[in-house]
Design a protein around this ligand. Structure first.
Ligand SMILES: NC(=O)c1ccc[n+]([C@@H]2O[C@H](COP(=O)([O-])OP(=O)(O)OC[C@H]3O[C@@H](n4cnc5c(N)ncnc54)[C@H](O)[C@@H]3O)[C@@H](O)[C@H]2O)c1
Ligand SMILES: [Zn+2]
Length: 358
């Protein structure tokens, strides 16, 4: 069992990573009082809820189960959670456990931040994406009909408990999608990790415990390092958006259906690397290592033909992170050296998108 400390302002958030660790944790360290509400969804509850309840027998545990799906990450579900907490008369001593993927983490995190102006929160992420990305760094949020994650807050949990054994039930495609963020950390801040990912692809894809523990713990450390330096995304936290400018545009052309986030990001990362070769100092051999790793970990590396360039161009102009009508692209000077530019012309981006289809 590994403990990684995330230090932010005067807070220290322990992030515990291990394989089959639920029984080994002293929960009283992280839970102030007896009252605990586990927020989860139907899928995760069916597979894993009993295990979690079994280790929390010293507490008064209630569970709130929501339906499965990104479309439930909205004000309606948030309202229902608030109603439940109010009807049950919970007070500020409550601890909410967000038990599930990124949807649950974002929703339950926001509920914990807003109920009675803030109660305690523990993240217990169960997807690879949530373990390496969404449960780390304190962002919470819900979607609005006009866009994803438009409403939210920063809320740091008392602890993040990452048990990789939950991943054994995760559908392969979801697992691979989560690997896109893992590869991203390799590209933007840890070149030797990127090489290691490429070399250990088989064991990783076969959920081998030793390799999976390294995948998760290195990723967590990389994200912690970046967010500790820039919590509110004033500068380097934006590097975490590497691959996401095109990735988000791809996802929104598909109405966030059919293609998974990591699949779109895989394509977006190859795209940003190709631009970096054109416009910057990224070498062909670094570009090849990036592309090969993404491909070896079974993620797509080019744009499906049915997604038309014109659609991508339309959606690029609506990217949420765009400032003053310009698209910000995170590019590479080399592996682990990023910079951000808004100087790419529409004409150049369009030409690059066109050459990028298969
Ligand atoms: N807060 C942040 O910093 C941040 C960062 C990245 C993404 N996000 C958000 O995270 C969300 C995506 O998260 P996600 O990819 O985890 O999606 P998700 O929460 O929808 O989970 C994906 C699917 O896997 C299922 N699942 C979860 N754990 C499982 C398990 N152990 N076994 C079997 N099935 C399991 C879920 O029920 C769901 O069907 C998005 O809403 C995104 O906006 C937030
Ligand atoms: Zn992402």
């Amino acid at each position: 069992m590994k403990k990684i400390l995330f230090k932010i302002k005067d807070l220290k958030v322990p992030i515990i990573v291990g394989d089959n660790i639920l029984k080994k944790i002293n929960y009283q360290q992280y839970i102030r009082n007896k009252d605990v509400v586990i927020i989860t969804n139907k899928t995760v509850a069916k597979l894993h809820l009993t295990k979690v309840k079994n280790v929390l027998k010293k507490f008064r545990v209630e569970t709130y189960i929501i339906p499965d799906g990104e479309r439930f990450k909205n004000t309606d579900t948030l309202n229902k959670i608030h109603n439940f907490l109010i009807e049950k008369n919970f007070d500020r001593q409550l601890t909410i456990i967000a038990f599930g993927g990124g949807v649950i983490g974002d929703l339950a995190g926001f509920a914990a931040d807003t109920f009675l102006r803030g109660v305690d929160l523990i993240h217990m992420p169960t997807t690879l994406l949530a373990q390496v990305d969404s449960a780390i760094g304190g962002k919470t949020g819900i979607n609005h009909k006009n866009g994803k994650n438009l409403i939210g807050s920063f809320k740091h949990p008392n602890a993040v408990i990452i048990d990789i054994s939950f991943l054994s039930t995760l559908p392969k495609r979801q697992f691979i999608s989560g690997l896109a963020e893992v590869i991203k950390y390799g590209i933007i801040s840890n070149g030797s990790f990127l090489k290691w990912l490429n070399m250990n692809k088989e064991n990783i894809l076969n959920y081998k415990s030793k390799e999976l523990l390294r995948v998760v713990s290195v990723s967590v450390k990389e994200k912690v390092n970046i967010v500790q330096k820039d919590e509110k995304e004033k500068n380097i936290r934006a590097f975490l958006n590497f691959g996401h400018t095109l990735g988000h545009a791809i996802e929104s052309t598909q109405n966030y259906k059919g293609i998974l986030h990591g699949e779109a990001i895989g394509i977006g990362m190859v795209f940003a690397s190709a631009i970096s070769v054109e416009k910057s100092t990224l070498t062909i051999s670094d570009f090849n290592l990036i592309t090969e790793t993404i491909q070896n970990l079974q993620l797509p590396i080019s744009l499906p033909r049915e997604i038309k360039t014109s659609k991508i161009m339309n959606h690029l102009s609506f990217d949420k992170k765009k400032k003053l009508g310009k698209n910000n692209f995170v590019l590479l000077k080399s592996i682990s050296k990023c910079f951000i530019t808004d100087k790419l012309t529409t004409k150049f981006i369009q030409k690059m998108v066109e050459t990028f289809q298969h």
